[in-house]
Design a protein around this ligand. Structure first.
Ligand code: BDP
Length: 591
């Protein structure tokens, strides 16, 4: 299932726009069989939660229904028709007219249905989709539906961002040839100045001849091959690298005699990634990460993909001097990955496995500990869902040069009984699926270096630390000592590269104070500077990602005021003082 592309043999129609919409209720019976009742319409792509002025819809638990009428163009009579959802958060059932055509679980990866034979050229048809946002202990991410005092269901979860739901990415109708390219896997490498591209093409139907060409930016063929598998060599290759994102185009053609049966194109960045000693090498050179943990989170549209906000966010990151980010805490829209390829940003690509830790809150506030890896919480079914999230992420993003590592979980209970048994098989699956990229995870303070049980399974370790905020609040001098001791511990035990994946402080934009006052812009900036002093002393540290790029919305709770305020930018992307501090460090080398 490669990403839809336009080519001489393929056409796509975007089905974005307003869809009929209704939250599920007991009165609805087989709603896909008729026009959805009521007058609500919801934009796609967007999370539905903040669109309507309705608290019960904002906090809705369970299914909502989307529906629209489509026409299959008259000429679409030779080829297959695929209906593709870039994502549905978190589970979907799809119907064409009265018929169920596909279902999918997992909120941030694409799925599709072959609807050929169910729709007819020149005729209209009805698409109805249910999207269910329920999280349980057997979903990724996990959650729990409780019944409140007034008897209503309420979704609780173990992660710190709002459970935005719905069709937050595009929906497409695709016309593809019956004999077609179904998948491509690329591995790029370097032999001296010669770039290598190993390709493996899978087809649907019987392709007679497979022709592969690598085109440079001027569309000149620089290498070519025949057959489903092979290796292309490009002498004096232009490399894809941070800030210098040269992209070739791989053009795969399936031919029957001289007739082009299918043509599929894919951007290719030739680059290598390696972990060597305490360093991460990109194209053989040590790389120092500067950047952010982020969220897909904007006003009103929430997790809905939006090109204007995306381009602006990249501009702000560049302004700061950032060269990389992590897709905390779920796979981002494919448009973001494509754009990162073109802008030369390095991406640590994360699964939605956030919240596999029952002890974060307990750890912070001294409450009793509960077992995370147990029948009642992260059990065999959770692990299966996690495996499927890893498979779908790697399948979707395996050919992006920007992706230089997979992060398979954020802040799991890695010090607990059962953690190793849970993660070891998942690491194995990820390595089988992609033997070329390093694997990592983001470690939580509640699983310190001397208690963690999984660090050695990974190539480098992500460290999330909040000294000066959740620990040593308002005492940066003590925070500095504690942070250094902690990081030295990781370095001496694991002897692998360490990437700071989170550090930061909640900050009210506009609050200023001279005296080290938490929540002030000065305090956030000072905390970052203090942390940088420590990072610069530790040899194994390969860089830093600040938490967070921008303020973002969270679930309700007494430690959040209208969301998490650790952004270096506000939610509407205005800089706090910390943005200037980072710019000085990342563009001028000042601490
Ligand atoms: C870390 C989480 C992140 C939170 C952050 C915070 O990885 O999702 O938003 O802490 O508390 O534990 O701000």
């Amino acid at each position: 299932m490669p990403k839809p592309v336009d080519s001489s043999t393929r056409t796509n129609i975007l089905l974005d726009g307003l869809w009929r919409f209704v939250p599920d209720s007991e009165d609805l019976h087989e709603p896909w069989k008729t026009t959805l009742p009521g007058s609500m319409e919801c934009p796609v792509p967007a999370s539905y939660n903040d669109i309507f002025v309705n608290p019960s819809l904002r906090n809705h638990v369970g299914k909502v229904w989307y529906q629209r009428i489509c026409h299959l163009p008259r000429g679409w009579d030779q080829d297959d028709t695929i209906l593709r959802f870039d994502a549905a958060t978190h589970a979907a059932e799809v119907y064409i007219d009265d018929e169920h055509v596909t279902s999918h679980v997992g909120g941030y990866t694409p799925f599709q249905a072959d609807i050929s034979g169910k729709v007819y050229p020149g005729r209209s048809f009805r698409i109805t989709v249910s999207v269910d946002n329920t999280l349980t202990n057997e979903t990724i991410p996990p959650g729990k539906v409780i019944t409140t005092g007034n008897g209503k269901p309420s979704q609780t979860y173990y992660h710190d961002f709002f459970n935005y739901s719905g069709l937050s990415r595009s929906v497409r109708l695709c016309s593809v040839p019956k004999t077609r390219v179904e998948d491509i896997t690329l591995i790029t490498g370097l032999e001296g100045s010669t770039g290598t591209v190993i390709y493996d093409v899978a087809t649907h139907g019987d392709a007679k001849t497979v022709q592969v060409e690598l085109l440079d930016v001027d569309h000149k063929a620089v290498a070519s091959g025949k057959g489903l598998k092979g290796e292309l060599k490009v002498s004096d290759a232009n490399l894809w690298g941070p800030g210098t994102p040269y992209l070739y185009t791989l053009r795969v053609r399936l031919l029957d005699g001289s007739t082009i049966v299918d043509e599929y194109t894919l951007s290719v960045g030739i680059r290598t990634v390696e972990v060597k000693g305490l360093q991460i090498l990109i194209n053989g050179k040590p790389f120092q990460f500067k950047g952010f943990g982020r969220h897909e989170d904007i006003p009103i549209q929430a997790k809905g993909h939006n090109d204007a906000w995306m381009v602006h966010d990249f501009e702000l990151m560049k302004w700061c001097g950032a060269n990389s980010f992590r897709t905390s805490h779920y796979p981002y829209a494919e448009d973001v990955m494509d754009y990162a390829d073109r802008q030369g940003f390095l991406v640590i690509d994360e699964t939605p496995a956030v919240g596999l830790n029952l002890n974060i809150v307990g750890g912070l506030f001294g409450a009793g500990r509960k077992p995370t890896f147990s029948k009642e919480f992260a059990n065999d079914n959770t692990q299966k869902a996690h495996e499927s999230a890893i498979r779908e992420l790697i399948q979707r993003d395996k050919n992006h040069p920007c992706v230089i590592a997979w992060s398979i979980t954020n802040e799991c209970g890695s010090d607990e009984d059962g953690a190793r048994e849970y993660f070891e098989p998942l690491v194995k699956v990820a390595r089988q699926l992609d033997p070329t990229r390093p694997l990592t995870y983001a470690n939580c303070l509640t699983s310190p270096w001397d208690k963690d049980r999984i660090g050695d399974l990974f190539d480098f370790i992500g460290i999330n630390r909040y000294y000066g905020w959740y620990q040593n609040n308002a005492d940066l001098a003590s925070a500095e000592i504690a942070l250094e001791k902690d990081l030295q511990g990781w370095q001496s035990r694991f002897k692998c590269p360490l990437l700071i994946m989170e550090y930061g402080a909640d900050t009210m934009a506009g609050l200023h104070a001279m005296e080290g006052l938490p929540w002030s812009e000065e305090y956030q900036s000072d905390l970052l500077t203090m942390s940088h002093r420590v990072f610069d002393k530790i040899e194994a540290i390969v860089g830093e990602h600040v938490w967070n790029f921008a303020d973002f919305q969270t679930g309700p709770g007494i430690i959040r005021v209208d969301g998490n305020k650790k952004g270096v930018f506000t939610r509407d992307r205005r800089p706090k003082m910390a943005a200037h501090t980072l710019r000085k460090r990342w563009t001028e080398g000042r601490q």
